[in-house]
Design a protein around this ligand. Structure first.
Ligand code: NAD
Length: 303
């Protein structure tokens, strides 16, 4: 049993903390939203009055927050935040699983090292369903020894654990992956829309492309056309899954990374514009596979 502090109990953090409590750890939790805190208590976590109380006496602390500004505010007191690093004993391990910009992850990690605290960036893939099922993929940046120290804890929330490289490498790998995901989802929707407008059946076309050189994960595992596949967001009105607005956020992080690396990302930039356009049409809360609707004159299934 490990005493674990957990800050940020939203769509992802809530079920992740619950899995740790279920595995027998003492999980001290805090969230700014009372309702999220209450759900975690119901799931067996221990309530704290604030973030400082949540990390009290903990060997491991996990944060799962929306963006870099929240992470820097919490850990470094930037923008009038908390300086939570100052509340930890030397040798404590901080696991930040938020998806954030690489510069923020490195800034927090380097400040942690100066204070004798271990830090890894450990963004996840797998969405809300993966968080609930404990099947997330963790993509970690930081020292190998810190990755190994985190492994038993991460294994209780996820199935695939990758060490991508040094501090910040977890965020870099996550951004590369999500940029590629956005590109092949948009490409899959585009190809299906073209074929269907020319009279093909979307299921037949999906099977043909799935056995041909156009095959990819979006087509084979997450088909955007309603009715082609069961148990995907397209089968339930694009509810659940990975929201378009979160994909837009991740693509924004990928663009900033590309600028830093002086690396051309023309397809990533186009995908960002497509998903952003879709979000500004009021579709930001739908799963990102609903990008298909951008290619159709009507929503699929609409008469
Ligand atoms: P969310 O908005 O549902 O949850 C974030 C939580 O952090 C909220 O409950 C908020 O109240 C809390 N919070 C913010 N600042 C805080 C502070 N200072 N102290 C305490 N609590 C604070 O977001 P989410 O969907 O759970 O996503 C979390 C992170 O995981 C994001 O970086 C997101 O990009 C990433 N992610 C999300 C998904 C997904 O499908 N939702 C998938 C992979 C990665």
């Amino acid at each position: 049993m490990t005493r674990i502090g957990f800050i940020g109990l939203g769509n992802m953090g809530g079920p992740m903390a619950a899995n740790l409590a279920r595995a027998g750890h003492a999980v001290q939790v805090f969230d700014l939203v009372a309702e999220n805190l209450q759900k975690a208590i119901t799931a067996g976590c221990i309530a704290a009055g604030d973030a400082r109380e949540a990390v009290g006496g903990c060997e491991v602390v996990i944060s799962m927050l929306p963006a870099g500004e929240h992470v820097c505010s919490l850990w470094l007191a930037e923008g009038g935040g908390q300086d939570l690093l100052g509340a930890l004993p030397a040798g404590a391990l901080v696991i930040d699983s938020s998806t954030i910009d690489v510069a923020s992850a490195r800034r927090v990690g380097e400040e942690a090292r100066v204070r004798g605290i271990r830090f890894i960036d450990a963004p996840v893939s797998g969405g809300v369903a993966g968080a609930a099922a404990g099947t997330l993929t963790f993509i970690v940046g930081g020292e190998q020894a810190d990755f190994e120290a985190a492994r038993p804890i991460l294994a209780q929330m996820g199935q695939n654990l990758f060490h991508a490289g040094a501090l910040g490498a977890g965020q870099i790998a996550k951004m590369c992956n999500n940029m590629l995901l956005a590109i092949h989802m948009a490409g899959t929707a585009e190809a299906l829309a073209l074929g269907v407008k020319e009279g093909l059946d979307p299921a037949v076309l999906s099977t043909i492309m799935g056995k041909s050189s156009g095959n990819n994960w979006s087509l084979e595992r997450y088909n955007p056309w309603p009715g082609v596949m069961e148990n995907v967001p397209a089968a339930r009105g694009y509810q659940g899954g990975f929201m378009t607005r979160l994909m837009v956020k991740d693509l924004g992080l990928a663009m900033a990374l590309a600028e830093h690396a002086h690396s051309a990302v023309p397809l990533g930039a186009l995908a960002r514009n497509l998903f952003n356009l879709h979000a500004t049409k009021g579709q930001g809360a739908k799963d990102f596979s609903s990008i298909l609707e951008l290619y159709l004159d009507k929503a699929p299934g609409e008469k």
